[in-house]
Write a protein of this length. Structure first.
Length: 542
């Protein structure tokens, strides 16, 4: 066999110095051949991303060290390579797609400037040729609509669109090796299918190899020829994907393959008290042009949505990126200006002033998609969870509030003593539990859950789904559950609303939507999900 494109041997990574030294990777070895896709899988904190970042020397040196190991690209040792040589390789020979696009993209630069920068640095392209290449790349990743918005900034795009901009940047110089760190985490199932198909086609066209880091085992099964399983910094099992999935030998691999959200929500009262109702809700954003900022059109993010959620029930909202799901959730909470009727427990929210809305905020909460981004890094966990208590003057003395915070942490499965720690000291799943505790501490009646499991690995997803279902039964909570993961929606929702381009395509009981979708779009959405994960889910067959 020819020499591997990338050959990693006995790699160890530590952070800090003794006696507080943390060993993140322990003697990991893996290789990738030209044109091959290799997957690195494992739970949060297992060392997957640290191993990948080591290849391009993107770790926070000198705090990060390599006590042992070799990383060879086409036979060239990278661990001891000079920084100037590593800069030549980054983006040109080896490119990387990062997990969180909004934190990876520069908020002060337009998307054209950010994609062009790669071309300026490595290809020495002029502005005209660079723009042509940017337009070609955006078409390649399915972002034709962005061609009219090249001067737009990252925050003006949805999560899925941001991820596609990142992929365009990574592919700009047609690298030999693409390191994809959770490349489809923020994408809905149809765009996942498009992106994965695109990556496969580019591999065939360019002979590009790919190191795929993901917690989605369905994607691993579909994309990778070989798989390496990591646990606590060490590779515990490896081999051809089909063999590892069919006959796992390591107990950890068996647990990982068995972990997924299962079951269905407990039947909620169909005639329970109405918590939230909305009729003909619209959220239109003006498109302005010219020196005077004349409105020439509108982006119809939410265009005439009608829905209702009763006590103890969950309405799942599904649809592609940019369909208006998150905007709808914010509009229901009066966090986004909207037209139409919205009532909460019989009260007309649209008629209330901000001051009149404040007491109702206790009963209406939200859990965001990215737990790390939604938790202040400068506040302790206790301060974060207890902030609502101070705002609404609940709990009295500090000691009483500390007890309430401890109870909230215990309810989501965390040690009350953890309230003195900071968000960066927790895993992704633990941070999401903290975000849920922050929402629960005020005893709300209605919670908007905006992609609460999309950034989590499968085992933690299952834990969070079980937690949310248990909390709903205990407190008769009403949920609006926004997700692009139909497997998770199936496990959570009593009713489903399908959105596309700001409008309702279909809505009704979850069982009916999943087993007998009426519209072509819903059928395409289901087919994209179940074709990718049919052997994991078996939903259609059931």
């Amino acid at each position: 066999m020819s020499e591997p494109l990338l050959d990693v041997r006995d790699l160890s990574v530590t952070f800090g110095r003794p006696p507080r030294e943390v060993q993140a990777v322990r003697g990991a070895s893996f290789s990738i051949n030209p044109g091959e896709t290799v997957a690195l899988v494992g739970e949060s904190g297992s060392g997957k991303s640290v191993s990948a970042l080591s290849v391009l020397k993107l770790l926070p040196y000198p705090n990060a060290r390599h006590p042992s190991g070799s990383i060879r690209y086409r036979g060239e040792e990278l661990i001891e390579a000079h920084e100037s040589r590593i800069r030549e390789i980054r983006g040109n020979n080896i490119a990387m797609i990062f997990q969180e696009p909004l934190t990876s993209l520069n908020p002060l630069h337009s998307i054209e400037r950010q994609i062009s920068e790669v071309l300026f640095v490595h290809k020495r392209m002029g502005r005209r040729l660079a723009r042509e290449r940017v337009e070609e790349l955006l078409r390649l990743v399915g972002l034709e609509e962005a061609l009219k918005r090249l001067d737009a900034y990252p925050h003006e795009f949805s999560g899925g669109q941001q991820q596609r901009v990142m992929i365009a940047m990574a592919l700009a110089n047609e690298p030999d090796l693409l390191i994809a760190d959770e490349p489809t985490t923020a994408l809905d199932v149809t765009v996942q299918a498009q992106i994965l198909k695109l990556l496969k086609e580019l591999q065939a066209q360019l002979g590009m190899a790919m190191l795929l880091i993901t917690h989605d085992l369905g994607i691993v099964r579909r994309m990778a020829e070989r798989v390496y399983v990591m646990n606590q910094g060490a590779i515990v099992e490896s081999g051809p994907t089909a063999a590892v999935f069919a006959r796992p030998s390591n107990p950890y691999t068996k647990r990982l393959l068995a972990a997924e959200p299962r079951g269905r929500p407990q039947p909620g009262p169909a005639d329970g008290p109405m918590v939230i109702e909305a009729h003909d809700v619209k959220v239109w954003f003006p498109i302005k042009k010219g020196v005077l900022g004349r409105v020439v059109d509108h982006v119809k993010a939410v265009d005439g949505i009608t829905l209702s959620v009763r006590e103890g029930r969950t309405l799942g909202v599904v649809g592609e990126s940019g369909s208006g799901k998150s905007t709808l959730g914010r509009a229901l909470l009066r966090l986004e200006r909207a037209d139409g009727a919205i009532s909460f427990v019989g009260r007309d929210l649209q008629a209330l002033s901000p001051k009149e809305m404040r007491p109702l905020r206790r009963e209406m909460q939200i859990v965001f998609q990215d737990p790390f981004g939604s938790l202040s890094p400068r506040l302790s966990v206790g301060d974060i969870i207890g902030e609502g208590l101070k705002v609404h003057r609940v709990g009295g003395k500090p000691a009483e509030r500390r007890d309430l915070i401890g109870d909230a942490l215990e309810e989501v499965g965390l040690d009350p003593a953890m309230q003195d720690r900071y968000p960066h000291e927790f895993s992704g799943g633990q941070r999401q539990r903290i975000a849920i505790a922050r929402a629960l501490i005020l005893k709300p009646r209605f919670i908007v859950l905006d992609e609460p499991t999309s950034a989590l690995d499968v085992s933690v997803q299952a834990q969070i789904v079980d937690l949310l279902r248990g909390l709903q039964r205990k407190h008769d909570l009403a949920y609006l559950f926004i997700s692009h993961d139909l497997k998770v929606v199936r496990a959570m929702a009593h009713d489903v609303l399908v959105m596309r381009r700001g409008q309702v395509v279909e809505q009704g009981p979850a069982d009916e939507i999943f087993t007998a979708p009426r519209t072509e779009y819903t059928r395409a959405l289901m087919a994209a999900a179940f074709e990718m994960k049919a052997d994991e889910l078996g939903v259609v067959a059931r």
